[in-house]
Design a protein around this ligand. Structure first.
Ligand code: FE2
Length: 365
């Protein structure tokens, strides 16, 4: 932390430690499509550009520093300067929301005697997992810097035995290959011919053994052809982008004609129906949340029974489901075709946040 700036890692630490801090988002209302949990939003963009505090002068602020945030940190720096002139302890978030895209937090729980750590990219809503039995661990859908998983594993004394992805991602750059390389661990991907680098293919029914447990692969195509869910002892399911907390995956990101989209939507219907036939107490841990994830340490998940009761889309017959899904397709995630190219090549650009900035748009509710 310098005199008037704070890094993403430092702000992340303050929020995780529940230290008093006010996050002040000064972007124009029209520029806000995702935010930092708990941030106060005050549209002061025009005033700040003219060198005035505008509505920021009226704020009654709580104890602790004020962290100003904008898109990349320039307008926020003006706010910081003006607030400091007024005697407020203000700091600018370095790199703004673009850099915040990489911020993460974690939650942990026990399922069937296994420890499950949920590693959440708070801004983009990407959810990844470390599942442990007898100090052996499997990492699922690594989406933050590989060093984060290395540290979480080391801190707990766990040894990774496999790094797996549920599918070839389109909304974020997969860190799984880099993590598997760093740890000298097997990289497992669902069977497909898109990834242009060595991996161990996973097919329906395959078992990924760790400690005294196994994750069992269940092919759940539709979001993508190869999409796969990993089942833990039928008490938890890691569903990737097939089934979310209150929505289903989108079948359109690989492009194609309307008929091709409809046929993938039919596959999605079959996959979602198959997942919802699991026991009603089976926990569902998806690959994404649709909202920025708070620093509350609480696992984001639901149960098969809850989804059966609350997600009307999931109860539709095939024809109605396909019709509803195709009618509700949201705009494409930013840069999705370039992200897919990187993921198929197994590469990471120097600064991932440039490609990955922006809201998550993986779900259809
Ligand atoms: Fe996806």
């Amino acid at each position: 932390m310098t005199a008037d700036r704070i890094s993403v890692a430092e702000l992340q630490e303050l929020l995780a430690a529940k230290r008093p801090v006010t996050v002040l988002d000064v972007r124009s209302a029209s520029d806000i499509d995702w935010e930092i949990p708990g941030a106060i939003q005050v549209d002061a963009y025009g005033d700040l550009q003219s060198g005035r505090l505008g509505p920021l002068a009226e704020l009654s602020l709580a104890q602790g520093p004020v962290v100003t945030v904008c898109g990349v940190g320039r307008t926020a720096a003006i706010a910081t300067h003006l607030l400091r002139t007024n005697g407020v302890e203000a700091l600018t978030l370095d790199g703004g929301m673009r850099s915040w895209s990489l911020a993460w937090n974690a939650a942990q729980t026990t399922i069937s005697g296994c420890q499950v750590v949920q590693v959440r990219r708070t801004g983009k809503g990407c959810l990844s997992y470390i599942v442990e039995s007898q100090s052996e661990a499997v990492v699922i859908d690594a989406s933050v810097d590989p060093s984060v998983y290395v540290r979480l594993l080391r801190d707990r004394g766990w040894r990774p035995v496999a790094v797996v992805d549920t599918h070839i991602h389109a909304d974020h750059l997969s860190r799984s290959r880099r993590l598997a390389d760093l740890e000298g661990t097997a990289l497992l991907l669902p069977t497909q011919d898109r990834a242009l680098y060595p991996f161990r293919p996973v097919a329906d029914g395959d078992r990924i053994v760790f400690g005294s447990m196994a994750l069992v692969a269940m092919h759940t195509p539709g979001h993508t052809e190869e999409s796969t869910t990993y089942l833990l002892d039928n008490t938890a399911s890691f569903t990737g982008d097939t089934l979310f907390l209150n929505s289903v995956g989108r079948p359109d990101l690989e492009g194609g004609t309307r008929q091709e989209l409809a046929s993938r939507a039919r596959l999605l219907h079959m996959s979602v129906s198959r997942l919802l036939q699991l026991p009603e107490a089976t926990q569902v841990f998806p690959g994404h949340a649709s909202q920025p994830i708070p620093f509350d340490g609480r696992m984001l998940g639901t149960t098969v029974g809850t989804i059966r009761n609350t997600l009307a889309l999931a109860r539709l017959e095939e024809v109605a489901f396909v019709h509803a899904v195709l009618a509700r397709i949201p705009p494409n995630p930013p840069n999705h075709s370039r992200i897919v190219e990187f993921n198929e090549r197994g590469e990471l650009p120097g600064d991932p946040s440039e490609l990955e900035a922006g809201a998550n748009r993986c779900a259809i509710a």
